[in-house]
Each structure stands twice: as structure tokens, then as C-alpha cells.
Ligand binder design. Structure first.
Ligand SMILES: *Cc1c(COP(=O)(O)O)cnc(C)c1O
Length: 412
């Protein structure tokens, strides 16, 4: 997986790499800002050019014209499964192991509850203190439903061994940290968690579509991920979940809605879970949102993730080199890095606003991180070179101190 990475040292070298970039043809698949560079695809991916037409057809032809017959005629009932099967290659899973539904938080709730039920006698869920908070809130909520349950926050995954005792039912970790961009060793950590008798749940929100993932090869128990970041399915598009086939017959998730039933349209009064991955469904996801996912997966089916990874490492490596002298908190070692670069700065918020005014869209994560995401399908080497130059200029000139950069909206 670690192909040699060339880090360009001049703008001319960036242009030369762009000219031979095997992923460059994908750029025309996306609607990009007319002036500027979008380095926030790790938060909300851009709109694929083909998506409006696919969504329009769903609205006008499937819903508008064919109405209720679309459940069969257009395979609506199969979509959570068929779209899951199309996501599977992106996470190293097989057919029937991934299903599309709900949000990451809701899916984590279902999987964590199932995991605690699978490990009676163990009542602790372990997570990292600084992980994406919704995962921690859900762990707190789930363990609160079990007598003696507790969610324990490690200062960092580096302390895992000290916390992995026989009380631990499950460990929940982000494959790539949403703040620092640190990438964890999925195989090694999963094996360690299994040796301690616990189940391993990975959150791949910040790695799917950016880093090759091998859920089967790493022997992962469960995983959750989102489709609106690197995958570009659209704002708040449904999430997905993975469950290893060995758990399908035994995992009991608590949100036993009709679509998780063995025969949703038998309308039985009693609940009988579906046999396979279908038992993790609750209701049916929004059809319109699913059509955004359907559209973007047509693009992903043409993508070689090894090329994505190689370019991602080159782009992040380039940005880190060009950010010398700044407090880069993202690991410099390629094998420990996802597809984003975070820089600590006490005035991160106004610095990000000043960058946005210059056309470089990144984001700010409290309390003091400036975050730039690098999406290899639509960001070029030259753009990254220019973005780093803009950052140096914003900081050197102090232009971020202007009053207008200090007004905060509800979303940073
Ligand atoms: C984006 C993200 C989520 C999103 O959760 P939702 O419940 O789908 O809104 C969860 N976890 C991580 C690590 C994320 O990056």
C-alpha cells in the first residue's frame, strides 16, 4: 500500500505532476468553486456533476410518475443492500456485509448495544477522549442502559493496553482522527482488542474514500461510516454499517423496526429479525438521499483506491512541507496519516475566515485547529501549492486580525 510518494518542491513540479496525474480525469466529474480551492471535502464532499440528473429522475420518474410501483419496478426495497454491496469494495468487505441506513450515530447505537449483549459479564465500552464526540455520547447513552455499564475514555489509543481488562465489551475507535488526521493501524489494534476478549468497532467516517480499508482482512467485528464526506453522496446522506458475517446470526440490535424484520411486508405482530445484514435496518432511508449516493457510487466504481492513497499522501506531504514553521499536529509519517492536515493556531478561527476570503476553503475545529482536507479526486497539486502559499501570506501579513473575520456562525 505504501507506494513511493513524490513530494513536489516547486510550483512547476506541481504542474508537471498534475499533467500526468492518473486521477485528473475525475475532476470534471465534480462541481467545483469557480474561483478557489475546496479543502473541506472531509466535512462535506462536493456535488458530482451527474447527481442532479439522477436525483431528478428519482423525483420525477420514480416518485412522480411510477409512484408506489417504484418499490418493485425501480428496486427501491433492495437499495439499502445493493448500495451497501457497492460500498463494500471501498472498505474491504464482501457482498451482504454492508448495509446503508440511518446516521453514523444511530448505527453506532445499534451496534454497541448488540456488542454489549454479545459480551454478557463485560460492561465497559472504551473510546478515545478526543474522538468525534457523537461516538462518545452514544457510548455513554448505550452503556447507561445496561446495569453496571460505563463508557471509559482513554487519553489516547496509545494507552489501550492499560485499559483493556476483562470488563471491556467493546472498543470504538476512529480509523482517522477528525482533528489531527492521525491514521490508526486497524489490523494491529483489532488483533490486540480480540486477544483481550472484546469486540472491535471502527468508525471509518474520515477514511472511507481516502484510505484503502480492509475490514475483512483485519478481522473487524463491526464498522460505521458516512457517505457525505469523501464519498460525496450529499449533505446528510445516509450512513452505512458493516457487520462481520460471523455475527449476523447472533447480533441483536435494539431498534427493531419493520425493515429489520425477516418479512417486512408480512406485517406480523411479532418481531423476527432478518437473517443477514438486513437485521441491522430499522426504517427505510430517505429515497431522495439514497439517489445521491447511487449517483456518486457510479464514480467510485471507476476509482483505484491505491491511486487515491498515493496522491493523498503526496498532497498532504506537500502541504506539510510548505507549512514549515507552523504547528502541524498531523503525523509526518505517511503510514500514520489520513487525508487531512491540521495546524494548531491560537487564532485559528479568524485565520480560516481570512483563508476563505482568499478562496481557500478549510475549516476550524475548536479550540484551536485549522483543518484542511485533501480529496485526491478533485484537488490538484498546484492548488495545494497555492493554498499553502496563501496560508503563509495570511499569517505573515496578519490580515486575519481584521474585525470581519471574527464573527462566528452556528457552524464553524
Ligand atoms: C462525520 C462523523 C460522524 C457523523 O455522525 P452522524 O450521526 O452521521 O451525523 C460520526 N463520527 C465521525 C468520526 C464523523 O467524522
Amino acid at each position: 500500500m505504501s507506494a513511493p510518494v513524490t513530494i513536489p518542491g516547486t510550483r512547476e513540479q506541481c504542474a508537471a505532476l498534475d499533467a500526468v496525474d492518473p486521477l485528473a480525469p475525475f475532476r470534471k466529474e465534480f462541481t467545483l468553486p469557480a474561483n478557489g480551492v475546496y479543502l473541506d471535502g472531509n466535512s462535506l464532499g462536493v456535488l458530482p456533476v451527474r447527481t442532479p440528473e439522477v436525483v431528478r429522475r428519482t423525483v420525477e420518474e420514480e416518485w412522480g410518475r411510477d409512484l408506489i410501483t417504484s418499490w418493485n419496478k425501480h428496486g427501491w426495497t433492495e437499495l439499502p443492500y445493493t448500495l451497501g454491496d457497492r460500498i463494500a469494495p471501498l472498505v474491504g468487505a464482501g457482498a451482504g456485509e454492508v448495509v446503508v441506513c440511518d446516521s453514523v450515530s444511530v448505527n453506532l447505537f445499534k451496534l454497541l448495544t448488540a456488542a454489549l449483549r454479545m459480551r454478557p459479564g463485560r460492561r465497559t465500552v472504551l473510546g478515545e477522549r478526543d474522538t468525534f464526540p457523537t461516538d462518545l455520547y452514544i457510548a455513554e447513552g448505550v452503556t447507561g442502559l445496561f446495569e453496571g455499564g460505563s463508557s471509559v475514555l482513554m487519553p489516547s489509543v496509545d494507552d489501550l493496553d492499560a485499559y483493556l481488562d476483562e470488563g471491556v465489551a467493546a472498543v470504538v475507535l476512529s480509523h482517522v482522527d477528525y482533528r489531527t488526521g492521525r491514521l490508526l493501524d486497524m489490523a494491529e489494534i483489532t488483533a490486540r482488542v480480540h486477544r483481550a476478549g472484546a469486540l472491535m468497532i471502527w468508525d471509518v467516517c474520515h477514511s472511507v474514500g481516502a484510505v484503502p480499508i480492509e475490514l475483512t482482512a483485519c478481522d473487524v467485528d463491526f464498522a460505521v461510516g458516512c457517505t457525505y464526506k469523501y464519498l460525496n453522496a450529499g449533505p446528510c446522506a445516509p450512513a452505512f454499517l458493516y457487520a462481520a458475517p460471523r455475527h449476523h446470526a447472533v447480533a441483536e440490535q435494539p431498534l427493531t423496526g419493520w425493515f429489520g424484520h425477516a418479512e417486512p411486508f408480512a406485517f406480523d405482530s411479532g418481531y423476527r429479525p432478518a437473517e443477514g445484514i438486513g437485521r441491522f435496518l430499522t426504517s427505510f432511508p430517505s429515497l431522495l438521499a439514497l439517489s445521491g449516493l447511487r449517483a456518486t457510487l457510479e464514480i467510485w466504481e471507476q476509482v483505484d483506491l491505491r491511486e487515491v492513497r498515493a496522491k493523498s499522501l503526496a498532497l498532504t506531504g506537500l502541504f506539510i512541507e510548505q507549512a514549515q514553521g507552523l504547528d502541524v499536529v498531523t503525523p509526518r509519517r505517511p503510514e500514520e496519516r489520513g487525508s487531512q492536515v491540521a495546524i494548531r493556531h491560537p487564532d485559528g478561527f479568524p485565520v480560516v475566515q481570512a483563508m476563505i476570503e482568499r478562496g481557500v476553503i478549510g475549516d476550524f475545529r475548536a479550540p484551536d485547529l485549522i483543518r484542511f482536507g485533501f480529496t485526491p479526486l478533485y484537488v490538484s497539486y498546484t492548488e495545494v501549492w497555492d493554498a499553502a502559499a496563501a496560508l503563509r501570506e495570511v499569517l505573515a501579513s496578519g490580515e486575519w486580525r481584521a474585525e470581519r473575520f471574527n464573527r462566528r456562525g452556528a457552524v464553524t
